[in-house]
Unconditional design. Sequence first.
Length: 206
Amino acid sequence: MLRRMDIKDRFRGYLPVIIDLETGGFDSKINPILELACSFVTMNANQLQIDSEFCWAVSPFPGAIIESSSLKVTGIDPDDPYRNESEEKLAINGFFKLVRNKIKAHGCTRAIMVAHNASFDQGFIQSACARCHIKRNPFHPFSTIDTVSLAAVAYGHTVLSESCARAGLDFEESKAHSAAYDANRTAELFCEIVNDSKFPFETNGI
């Protein structure tokens, strides 16, 4: 009989937090975060599943450069009065507060970022922290879990939509490049790969 395993046991004390960003370009120093979304996961009968999800529309920091080519891809209108934007510092602090609460709830030591092309998202978050003088970052400073790499090994593909398709997950192209949707699809893909892995669960001795 398999013993119940908590998320802290499955990931060596780390809490995986799946995130997705939509940005105004590829340079974290000069291009802003425009959307930030995250999915939190939990263990249920030794299976990883999505627990809760959050999303912020983020206002560009002063002096930010927004590339028109990026807006064409994301469909974001930074001037839309109905975007209900949060300032960058407020959004990041709000996100980090949620992460810290989840870390405590699961008895983890810190969070580890999970993302599709994780180094990209990590770089933008770290630049935002430096810009906003945020020093309490709950994420591991350099380790991440990259679903591009996981999908390449598990399914032989790296593009999120095709990786989801090969995993048997729905993916609606019309919803792609929304941070909330992409974070959700990345989280489902991550859960699928983790749950399908041959992790050596310990027995309870019975």
